[in-house]
Design a protein around this ligand. Structure first.
Ligand code: A5P
Length: 231
C-alpha cells in the first residue's frame, strides 16, 4: 500500500515534536517517515531532541540519521512517542506488533505523555481483530504449552507461531511471537487482554488499550486527526 499515504501521516507527526523533547521512536514502514522528518527538522531547524528506540531496526535508522539516542532506563517519562499500528478502532484502541516489536513498543508507549499513532486510513476498523491477527510475545521456554493455553481462549479460530523465512520469528528480546485470529473479531478487548496477559509464558499482547492519545489517519488527500480526551 501507498507509500504516499504513509509519508503524509509520518511527516505530519514529525511536526508535533517540540524542542527539548524526549521522543519515543516506533517501528515500521509508516513511522519511518516520522523519524526521517524529525531528522530533517534537527538539521534544518536546529531542533534538539533525544530519542528512545523501540527496536534494533529503529535504533539503526535513527542512528544513521544522526538522532541522539538514549537508554529507556535513563528517562522517567517521554514527552511524546510516535508509532504505527495494525488496527485502530473508534475508541483509539489498537492492535500492534505485526512488525514484531510489540513489547518494546508497549514499554515506550507506557512512558509517553502523548502517544501518537500514524497510519493509513485502511487500518481504521469498527472492531479489532477483523483485519489483522493479534500478536502475542511469549518466552521460548515452554512456548508450545503457551500456545496450547492460548488456543483454548474463546473465539480463537486459528493460532500459530510467527515464522520468518521458514524459521520461528525471534523478537529483539529473544522471544517468539504467536499470532491469534478471531472468528468474528474481538468482542471485548479488555477482557481478552486480561486473559492473554495472565497466561503463563506470555510477556505481553499486541492489544494497546487506552494508550493512544492521538491517531493521525492519512489518505492521499491529507490527514484526519482523532483525539482521545481522557486516558
Ligand atoms: C511493529 O511491531 C508494529 O507494531 C508496527 O507499529 C505496525 O506493524 C505498523 O507498521 P507499518 O507502519 O509498517 O504498517
Amino acid at each position: 500500500v501507498g507509500e504516499a499515504e504513509k509519508r503524509i501521516a509520518g511527516e505530519y507527526a514529525a511536526r508535533l515534536v517540540k524542542d527539548g523533547d524526549h521522543v519515543g521512536l516506533g517501528t515500521g514502514s509508516t513511522v519511518k517517515y516520522a523519524i526521517e522528518g524529525i531528522a530533517r527538522r534537527i538539521s534544518l531547524e536546529g531542533l534538539k531532541i533525544s530519542g528512545v528506540a523501540t527496536s534494533t531496526r529503529t535504533e539503526e535508522l535513527a542512528g544513521s540519521l544522526g538522532i541522539t539516542l538514549i537508554d529507556i532506563d535513563d528517562v522517567e517519562k517521554l514527552d511524546i512517542a510516535i508509532d504505527g499500528a495494525d488496527e485502530i478502532n473508534p475508541s483509539l484502541d489498537l492492535i500492534k506488533g505485526l512488525g514484531g516489536a510489540l513489547f518494546r513498543e508497549k514499554v515506550v508507549a507506557s512512558l509517553a505523555e502523548r502517544f501518537v499513532i500514524v497510519a493509513e486510513q485502511s487500518k481504521y476498523v469498527e472492531k479489532l481483530g477483523t483485519r489483522s491477527p493479534l500478536p502475542v510475545e511469549v518466552a521460548r521456554f515452554g512456548s508450545v504449552q503457551a500456545l496450547h493455553r492460548l488456543s483454548s481462549i474463546e473465539g480463537v479460530q486459528k493460532i500459530d507461531f510467527r515464522r520468518k523465512d521458514g524459521k520461528p520469528f525471534i523478537t529483539d528480546n529473544g522471544n517468539y511471537v504467536i499470532d491469534l485470529w478471531f472468528k468474528d473479531g474481538i468482542e471485548n478487548p479488555a477482557k481478552l487482554r486480561e486473559k492473554i496477559e495472565s497466561t503463563l509464558g506470555v510477556l505481553t499482547s499486541g492489544l494497546f488499550l487506552g494508550m493512544a492519545t492521538e491517531v493521525v489517519l492519512s489518505d492521499t488527500q491529507g490527514v484526519r486527526v482523532l483525539e482521545r480526551s481522557e486516558r
